[in-house]
Write a protein that binds this ligand. Sequence first.
Ligand code: CA2
Length: 145
Amino acid sequence: MKRVMILNGPNLNLLGVREPHIYGTTTLAEIKQACEREATALGLTITFHQSNHEGELVDLIQSARENADGIIINPAAYSFTSIAMVDAIKAFEGPVMEVHISNIHARDEHHRHSKISHAATAVICGLGPYGYVAALRALAERKKG
Ligand code: CA2
């Protein structure tokens, strides 16, 4: 486990700017910085992406087959709708950590049932931005085992 692709779905570019009562005040740029710091400490290299477009996210997941050993993904609203992303994730052979900042199980019915979880190696939710760091640590641990 050396190369980790971190993917963020639609509207996560608004983190820290809107709805801080649900998603907190940390911006996506700050999450990226925290991931870069943690990756350096763990000896991992990361790429960090955000897209509002399903097809672009599918292209990135497909490209991870060549460019990454593991994926961390916050699919955001596509968690609940995107069979295309589920199919792309199934074609990736390495571990896939699904991360949600909020506890999706404590949310309304529309935000509870992620389709992505079925294809993910593990799911982290409700830990806030620390979920991304926890996912990096979990991936780093895997190379030891
Ligand atoms: O908790 C998470 O990380 C989510 O993936 C965030 C998604 C939501 O649909 C999922 O249920 C849980 C929403 C991301 C939208 O982010 C915004 C941030 C600030 C303002 C508006 C939207």
